[in-house]
Design a protein around this ligand. Structure first.
Ligand SMILES: NC(=O)c1ccc[n+]([C@@H]2O[C@H](COP(=O)([O-])OP(=O)(O)OC[C@H]3O[C@@H](n4cnc5c(N)ncnc54)[C@H](O)[C@@H]3O)[C@@H](O)[C@H]2O)c1
Length: 343
């Protein structure tokens, strides 16, 4: 089914405020915005000239609003399952923030709910797939510029301390939410996307030295094997003493790419005609746009209006969480874990 007009509801105005801008940039009509915090609603209204009557603190007002056909869900991870189910049952198209959910039970339930509503489009918001440096790296790989991949590594290094200083019981401190599934899912999803395969074997370590507010490890290191003899590594730190970054390296038989999400260039090494590694890297400029919500919403909206494909399906979201859960399990058990991608 093709929508003639997109009328959007946005639930949660943290990351959701970026999505609101993306929806407005696309030209979608804003049906209603929702947040528990009236101050955030007021700010969004002032910024985008949204009338007060289009605001609510109860997300069920969006669920029950007949005009709204499309919803951006950007609430804390723990709430995704219940809200996705309610929205799909009400016939809404849903773009849900990553991670899909935090537990196996919840991701399975969301997959089932999406399957039960083929009339509704669903997109998981893996926004890194729209980050310019990552898009450029994907293109180099797909164009065969660095040959066959044999090693990939990425990281999610993001200090959460400031969030806990504002509120020690911030939803990110909930024991069901750990740094690997919550934030590390960006790095895991990036590697799954770049390799175009799912890691089938994972071994991981964890440590906890930085965030007293949480009971989970605040740093994890995972090594993994992908089909096609590709090795991978993911580092996650949610208390790190540095600026937020996702440093990433991709090694192929004909070249190497070194890049991240916050720099205005990437380093590209191509082997010379004799196959020697280049001593000097080429520096390729890239736009800095770590939260490219405009490009992300456009893909979702195009799918609604033109019935085009959505690459980041519910299965992509579920597989990324499954790989993250394997990292957490291996960190705890000290054993190799094979992620379960059976959805
Ligand atoms: N894609 C990304 O790069 C990225 C970045 C940050 C967060 N996220 C994800 O986005 C989601 C939100 O994270 P955040 O950083 O915006 O968190 P946040 O705490 O900054 O903001 C969440 C907002 O949701 C509101 N809220 C909570 N429960 C609600 C409810 N039931 N109804 C309406 N509003 C509610 C809160 O008042 C708050 O304003 C999470 O799933 C998170 O993992 C994604």
């Amino acid at each position: 089914m093709k929508l003639e007009k997109i009328v959007v509801g946005v639930i949660g105005l943290g990351m959701g405020s970026g999505h609101l801008k993306g929806a407005i940039a696309y030209g979608a009509e804003i049906g209603m915005i929702c947040d528990l915090n009236p101050e955030k609603l007021k700010k969004a209204c002032e910024e985008h000239n949204i009338p007060e009557e289009k605001t609510t603190t109860n997300y069920l007002d969006i669920v029950n609003n007949k005009e709204i056909n499309t919803v951006i869900l950007a609430t804390p991870d723990q709430q995704h399952r219940e809200q996705v189910e309610a929205l799909l049952n009400a016939g809404k198209h849903v773009m849900c923030e990553k991670p899909l959910a935090l537990t196996r039970e919840d991701i399975e339930a969301i997959v089932k709910a999406v399957e039960a509503h083929p009339e509704c489009k669903f997109m998981i918001g893996q926004i890194c797939r729209f980050t310019p440096a990552f898009v450029q790296a994907k293109k180099y790989i797909e164009d065969g510029k660095i040959g066959e991949l044999y090693y990939v590594e990425s990281e999610y290094a993001h200090d959460y301390q400031h969030m806990f200083e504002v509120n020690p019981t911030n939803w990110r401190s909930d024991p069901v939410r750990n740094g690997v599934v919550g934030g590390g899912c960006h790095a895991v999803d990036l590697l799954r996307w770049l390799v175009n395969e799912d890691p089938y074997e994972v071994y991981a370590y964890g440590t906890h030295k930085l965030l007293p507010e949480v009971t989970y490890d605040d740093a994890n290191l995972a090594i993994m094997k992908f089909p096609g003899n590709v090795m991978g590594k993911v580092f996650v730190s949610t208390g790190c003493k540095r600026d937020y970054t996702m440093r990433t390296c991709v090694y192929g038989t004909k070249g190497t790419l070194i890049f991240d999400n916050r720099s205005d260039s990437m380093k590209v090494h191509f082997a010379d005609e004799q196959g020697h590694g280049a001593e000097e890297a080429q520096t390729v400029p890239v736009e800095i746009n770590n939260h490219n919500a405009t490009a992300e919403f456009k893909v979702f909206a195009d799918a609604l209006v033109n019935d085009t494909e959505i690459e980041t399906t519910v299965y992509e979201g579920a597989k990324t969480v499954a790989a993250c859960l394997a990292i957490v399990e291996s960190s705890k058990s000290g054993k190799v874990v094979n992620p379960d991608y059976n959805f």
